[in-house]
Design a protein around this ligand. Structure first.
Ligand code: FPP
Length: 248
């Protein structure tokens, strides 16, 4: 089955950048009468499978919505468990990253992560900085509106310091000032678990993104589910506001 799906993928038309809202860990655990935290632990397995599969296919950037600014409002023990899992996973998955030549990156308010999480993350980013098959970008302490406000402050600072004038402000400067500024925009957004929302994720960058929703809970999202999302994307016609005739 897996062989079949992968054979249908046109590797010349892969999205360069795929972004994923990994949703449904809690509901998957509940369905199995397990604590929510176990859902997050199984979610890590899907992260590993999807990252390896994406790198092997030739995807160049994979962004995962791992912890949102709003997630701090969850019960304290769950926040703590996710942060502990994050530290443990980054430490234990370094070898997976190195083996697959994947470079770790992050977007979001990284400076305000708990110190141990920040330290582990920055250390893994440094250790993998020369890898070049794919960038695995973790959105951590991230919200798109925070990123836009943060970018606006950076730009205001540049104007204040006479580095640019107000008339120089354009879409490119705003894109580059986001914490995602060094990456191209995602062509494909995947959200698992049947929710049909964007939840404050890459609002600027997804202006022309294709959205793919699946009912599968994140811990059950596997290679085949990933291939299906890519195949669905490859059937679409991306018009960027033009007519169908113009793009053909
Ligand atoms: C969404 O499920 C998932 C999260 C908020 C956390 C995602 C974290 C991981 C998969 C673990 C760490 C990952 C890495 C990359 C090291 P949910 O809890 O919102 O599920 P629900 O909507 O069913 O409650």
């Amino acid at each position: 089955m897996s062989e079949n799906l992968i054979d249908q993928i046109d590797t010349d038309k892969l999205p360069l950048h795929i972004a994923i809202i990994m949703d449904g860990n809690g509901r998957w655990a509940k369905k199995k009468s397990l604590p929510r935290v176990v859902g997050h632990e199984y979610g890590v397995k899907s992260v590993r499978v999807v990252a390896e599969t994406a790198a092997k296919l030739g995807v160049k950037y994979l962004t995962l919505y791992t912890f949102s600014t709003e997630n701090w409002n969850r019960p304290a023990f769950e926040v703590k468990a996710i942060m502990t899992l994050l530290v443990r996973t980054i430490r234990s998955e370094i070898k997976t990253l190195q083996k697959n030549n994947i470079r770790l990156k992050a977007i979001g308010d990284i400076d305000n992560l708990p110190p141990d999480a920040k330290k582990e993350l920055l250390s893994a980013i440094e250790l993998t900085k020369n890898n070049d098959s794919m960038d695995l970008i973790l959105a951590l302490n991230y919200s798109a509106r925070w990123d836009i406000v943060h970018a606006t402050k950076k730009i205001a600072e540049m104007v204040k310091n006479n580095e640019i004038s107000i008339n120089d402000i354009n879409e490119s400067i705003i894109s580059k000032s986001l914490t995602s500024g060094e990456f191209p925009e995602p062509e494909l957004l995947i959200r698992t678990s049947g929710e049909l929302r964007i939840s404050n994720f890459m609002l600027w960058e997804l202006a022309y993104g294709e959205f793919y929703f699946t009912d599968i809970y994140w811990p059950e999202f596997d290679k085949n589910a990933f291939y299906k999302a890519i195949l669905d994307y490859q059937k679409r016609e991306r018009r960027f506001g033009k007519t169908s005739e113009q793009v053909h």
